[in-house]
Design a protein around this ligand. Sequence first.
Ligand code: EPU
Length: 438
Amino acid sequence: MDSIIRVQGGKPLQGDITVRGAKNFVPKAMVASLLGTTPSKLRNVPLIRDVDVVSGLLGLHGVQINFDQGAGVLDLDPSNVETAHVAEVQAMAGSSRIPILLCGPLLHRLGEAFIPDLGGCNIGGRPIDMHLNALRSFGAIVDKQEGGIHITAPQGLRGTKINLPYPSVGATEQTLLTAVMAEGITELTGAAIEPEIMDLINVLQKMGANLSVDTDRTIRIEGVKELKGFTHTALPDRIEAASWASAALATRGDIYVRGAHQPDMTTFLNTFRKVGGEFEIDDAGIRFFHPGGELQSIVLETNVHPGFMTDWQQPLVVALTQATGLSIVHETVYENRLGFTKALNQMGAQIQIYRECLGGTPCRFGQRNFYHSAVISGPTPLHGAEIWVPDLRGGFSYLIAALGAEGESIVHGIDVIARGYEHFLTKLGRLGANVERA
Ligand code: EPU
């Protein structure tokens, strides 16, 4: 069913809101709990759809889950893990990208895994070749079936050497979750080192895993026979925090984001300051605000950590429509994450997208016909429009645009935003936004 809101824009967002645990960490820690022989406790868990989806999937495999939503505490008991019915797993096809990470833990616990076809945002092809190559390298056999893949490991899983051709977050997590209980030593080179991955490493270490991270994107893991449960507080969601920061800038507002954590956001904060936004950091969070006057155009390239996250790009682009001059954005992580700019143009923005690698180093998409660079000419006043949410971050960007625009906007498909933004309509209300369900 289409979920629609009506937004009266042109009013600065002001007030304070709280961000809880990271969408791109919490579901992975939930998957890690499958590896334990005793229960795990995860704190700071947000009420977002990805948590529901993974709870459902773990539940189908016999994990007992109790979620105290108010307190944000999730208890996971994997004592009675069992093989799920394939039909029930198939029914979850298309709901998320997390199910692929169940491969290693299910192989260790049950000797087989059936993984439904993946979902997630349509921001590029999003292949899983690196995941499957890693699993095969551990000794797994992958069989493509109707509605998903069936994976077995008749000879068991053995430590291996894996070199990722690109520091993929998911393929790194796949390798970690499989290697911790594989027999012998695994050496992963070219690994992703995002803070969410480091927090997954924290969790695995608490469970009894042996792992070390070197300075050169190499992670070494020595498999153990048994892991126990963990108690852990999830790191805060730095994507949600940056999204609210961009909303403050684009609406000339002032938002205190409780829970925003400076060390994971250094690159964002630096960029935010270059554009002309200001912030104040204290122990509990970060206040982001528009200090008045003009915003400055910038040249920006998205990249893996510690670069500027691709997930920060879409919300910030809306703020860049209000900056004076030409901004250049080069998206190097996903080949198709600039399509959302079309609707911004409909609202009065002037954004041109290009196939060339603009403004920085050539990336792997340059020769391949993908529109992955943007030139944003500003400042352009935005006006209300009827728009359809294209994906999670693009959807939040449209909310920002509608809130910054003069007049009324109708935004369709806002349920997608609930996949990664907890209580976003309530938070908008707290910030004084004029938003109602249509
Ligand atoms: N890739 C491959 N083959 C693979 C895996 C990845 O070619 O087997 C490519 C992808 O197509 C992409 C690039 O490698 O071009 C990076 O993908 P990565 O594996 O790093 O991303 P992911 O694990 O699928 C996670 C987040 C994304 C976030 C990226 C990058 C989750 C559930 N998703 O995706 O989050 O953009 O890392 O940081 O953790 C979002 O939150 O809106 C979101 C899309």
